[in-house]
Design a protein. Structure first.
Length: 133
């Protein structure tokens, strides 16, 4: 599914396929019923909120970025970051998240998920929220 709007909200419910949704000014809400390795999600809003509902058992690669606003996730996110723990690091982590979404029983399982079922969320001004459905 591929939807692009200059203005307006996008609301997608019950999806089980790849979703691409972009809006210049508006909110994007996606309720993904299932996400498999071959599917991907790309949501982009210039001004607005991106709200993504995923099943609790979802495991996927995640990249989320926001220039002005906040990122939050009900799902655990595993990030591998080597950095100094200073103010600029914390400021960057609030605006850019790259890692793997979900819970894992082993390091091998985590490595297997990296790169599969990619989720990319981009907002210029607004918020990004990942919720459990």
């Amino acid at each position: 599914m591929d939807i692009s709007l200059e203005y307006g909200n996008i609301d997608i419910k019950g999806s089980t396929k790849t979703v691409i949704a972009k809006t210049g000014s508006g909110n994007i809400t996606v309720q993904q019923r299932k996400l498999v390795d071959l599917n991907s999600i790309f949501l982009q809003a210039h001004k607005g909120k991106v709200l993504l509902y995923l099943p609790r058992e979802t495991q996927a690669s995640l990249t989320a970025s926001i220039q002005r606003g906040s990122i939050s996730s009900d799902h655990p996110v595993t990030m591998t970051v080597t950095t100094k723990l200073d103010r600029s690091c914390w400021d960057r982590l609030k605006k850019e998240v790259s890692g793997v979404l979900g819970s894992f029983k082993s390091a091998e399982e985590l490595e297997r998920i990296k790169g599969s079922a990619p989720i990319t969320l981009e907002v210029t001004r607004g918020s990004i929220q990942i919720k459990e459905s």
